[in-house]
Design a protein around this ligand. Structure first.
Ligand SMILES: Cc1cc2nc3c(=O)[nH]c(=O)nc-3n(C[C@H](O)[C@H](O)[C@H](O)COP(=O)(O)OP(=O)(O)OC[C@H]3O[C@@H](n4cnc5c(N)ncnc54)[C@H](O)[C@@H]3O)c2cc1C
Length: 393
């Protein structure tokens, strides 16, 4: 039997980041993943500013290493295309940033980048090890795993659920787990090659297509002339409109003049793959006596854009602070993490949820994009983003 202070279940961006922060604090722990790395994760592969900020907080060198990785493609801006095909495009190439504000990188490579840095001095990284049960004991928790066919038991003071969208830790602890359809997005991804017409500064392209309301289609350029392409919709709308996302993808490509042009000679590199995105919009129970849920396991995804890598990594950083205090005080209640997380994200939750609701009304969405294109507003928003972002990277 293994014994540890902290057992992290899942080595995606949330779990791996927590491991890195705990190692920085010299806190010994075990991190478990059922997969063997490198492994793929269905995602848009869009890296946002909160990811860069978290890497920098781990170490400025780490951010520089990430930027220098061959697989990462710096992206200097983004474009929103409204249902009536108006564009609002922001570019930050000449805004004086040391690093680009976005990147795209396949999750196979990004997650490997993080897991390669798990520090064996403080972390025991068990891959191909699946958590199959958790018992509460007088002394703490007993985590039951299956590792390459063998049963493995781990005694832990604290358990952290970082297992992604399919609940494991909350289920085995006998807690309520939440995947409410109105706060869940269903999405699909396909890697393509030969998608043409991306902006020269590798902008991330978001299309708010009328067939996808409330949701959107994206095309993000990757290195080696490939692209991450996909679409997503709020799950209640998928059920209500009886939408088949896989069938909708070619329809959207064919029916939109700009997308059609971009995909004229494009070829898919894989079969369409789908996954869920649990949104942060409702407040949930994500921490308590001896446990906390981070990343998708805690439902941390921003409701408008669907970004979850950054919030997952930020939740890991915040959790590490509460774990450190809990171990120091020997009171293993992590409830304060929950309050901290929702306080930290309160502004983003409100804005994201309001924008997501705007997505449901086509004329409103068109109007938002048109007004955002009004020169004085556009310049103000651009300058505001530059000012705020400079504090982050
Ligand atoms: C189609 C799509 C597009 C997206 N696009 C973007 C985007 O462009 N940018 C962005 O920021 N976010 C995006 N997201 C969201 C993002 O992918 C997630 O928020 C992110 O992966 C969450 O990271 P995580 O570490 O919480 O979980 P995950 O990355 O899911 O990692 C969980 C890990 O836990 C392991 N695990 C699961 N069960 C067990 C078990 N029983 N025992 C042991 N290990 C276990 C898994 O093997 C996995 O490695 C997208 C999501 C989807 C579905």
């Amino acid at each position: 039997m293994l014994s540890t202070d902290v057992c992290i279940v899942g080595a995606g961006p949330a779990g791996a980041t927590l491991s890195l922060f705990l190692s920085k604090e010299k806190i010994d722990h075990i991190i478990i993943d059922k997969a063997s790395f490198p492994r793929d994760k269905i995602c848009g592969d869009g890296i946002t500013l909160d990811v860069l900020h978290t890497l920098k907080r781990l170490s400025p060198d780490l951010l520089a290493e990430f930027d220098a990785e061959a697989e990462t493609l710096p992206s200097w801006g983004f474009c929103f295309h409204s249902p009536d095909n108006t564009e609002i495009r922001y570019d930050f190439k000449d805004s004086g940033f040391e690093y680009s504000p976005f990147y795209s990188v396949r999750r196979l490579d990004f997650d490997r980048f993080l897991t390669d840095r798990i520090d064996s001095h403080h972390a025991q990284f068990l891959t191909e090890t699946k958590v199959e049960g958790i018992d509460k004991t007088y002394e703490g928790l007993l985590v039951k795993c299956r590792s390459k066919g063998e049963e493995q038991l781990i005694k832990a003071k604290i358990i952290i659920g970082a297992e992604g969208e399919k609940p494991v830790v909350s289920r085995y602890l006998g807690l309520e787990h939440y995947r409410e359809k109105q706060h869940l997005i269903g999405a699909i991804r396909v890697y393509y090659k030969n998608v043409k017409g991306f902006h020269e500064n590798n902008h991330l392209e978001f299309f708010f297509h009328q067939k996808l309301i409330p949701g959107y289609f994206w095309a993000f350029p990757l290195n080696e002339n490939e692209a991450n392409v996909g679409l997503g919709m709020v799950s209640t709308a998928i059920s209500k409109k009886k939408v088949n996302l896989r069938k909708l993808l070619p329809e959207v490509i064919e029916s939109h003049p700009r997308i059609k042009e971009m995909f004229a000679r494009a070829e898919p590199l894989e079969n369409t793959k789908g996954w869920g995105l649990p949104l942060i919009s409702p407040k949930r129970r994500i921490a308590g006596n001896r446990y906390a849920l981070i990343g998708d396991a805690g439902g941390m995804i921003e409701p408008f854009t669907g970004k979850g890598i950054g919030p997952g990594m930020v939740s890991a950083r915040i959790a590490s602070e509460h774990i450190r205090e809990a171990l120091k005080s020997k009171d293993y209640d992590l409830s304060s993490f929950e309050e901290h997380m929702y306080r930290y994200y309160s502004g983003e939750i409100k804005t994201g949820y309001t924008l997501q609701k705007t997505l449901r009304y086509r004329p409103l969405l068109n109007m938002v994009v048109h007004s955002a294109n009004w020169k004085p507003f556009y310049n103000w928003a651009h300058q505001k983003m530059v000012r705020e972002w400079k504090r982050w990277i």
